[in-house]
Write a protein that binds this ligand. Sequence first.
Ligand code: GLA
Length: 380
Amino acid sequence: MTYLTYTSSVLLVLAIVGAAGGAADKANSGISKKAFGTMPDGRTIDLYTLTNNRGMRVAITNYGGIVVSIVVPDRNGKPGDVVLGFDNLEGYLAKEPYFGALIGRYGNRIGNARFKLDGVEYKLPANDGPNSLHGGLKGFDKRVWTAREIRGEHPGLELTYLSKDGEEGYSGNLSAKVVYSLTEDNALRIDYSATTDKDTVLNLTNHSYFNLAGEGNGNILKHEIMINADRFTPIDGTLIPTGELRQIAGTPFDFRKPTAIGARIDADDEQIKFGKGYDHNFVLNRSGAGLSLAARVTDPESGRVLEVLTTQPGLQFYTGNFLDGSIHGKGGKAYGRRSAFCQETQHFPDSPNKPSFPSTELKPGQTYHQSTVFRFSTSK
Ligand code: GLA
């Protein structure tokens, strides 16, 4: 064998081994589908599982676009499910507080369940005292979405929903599309887009309830959080922003340095009392368009870390103050008060009634785009 032929044979063997190795690496990554339950009207609902090669697994159902589970390793490599939810569709069909769901058309509250757009007053269902919360009585969280599996470089799930003109009081036929994808840096990415045929308002988000110690595993008061915000939007007694953008310095809302969630959650503070803990929108410090870091949460016990990146201007930090142990989730576990926290990336609550807040209007010819990334890692 000449030197040249020898070299090329070695290269050929290396190339074959390399390709096989590559295929083996990819073997775990992908998307699978199974039945999740049946709607009262007979429609069947599926559960899609996205898997990567780094030990992360995300299950999503086309009912409400709900993220049913997120399994990620702790610092010792032990997998754990870090979001609250139910084992089957039935759990989600009963009254429950938006576990993991896509929220629309308007995430968070619209004051007095009404707003004016182009001089016309729109009346919405009041489902939270006098206010309209999370899209009304039958928001996007309770709709059946059309699912399409994505088998590209990263496994993904595309969900689409056509919200008819007048649905839950909102104007315009709204075509909404949400793409969930799972990447190799253990991140769940959510890309939202929408178009309308009439002027309308829109504020889409995801309502996952995280517990980095694992769902059903106690409260989140010892988790440490950093929120990249110098200001928040103070609220009235019905949780509607007053319109002020208040500095957080010197208040229990200063999370610029990582601080235990529980450190000041029961502080003698009017805003804390209104929220019964944290249930407030933070004005994110942003540098330009694109994804920027909104928050980082660490569980010192398991070492799990969640970073939240978003294109949105705001972040609702909610500490599960309304959970009271009466809901039994996966495996029958009772979900107690503050047993999870939410990171609802969003426009500010009640923006349609607050001209000084960034606009939530969407007009025909425009395309709404927002993205949020939930990225997991571990710390020592
Ligand atoms: C949002 C709200 C909370 C509460 C939950 C659902 O996070 O801001 O006040 O309504 O949804 O229980």
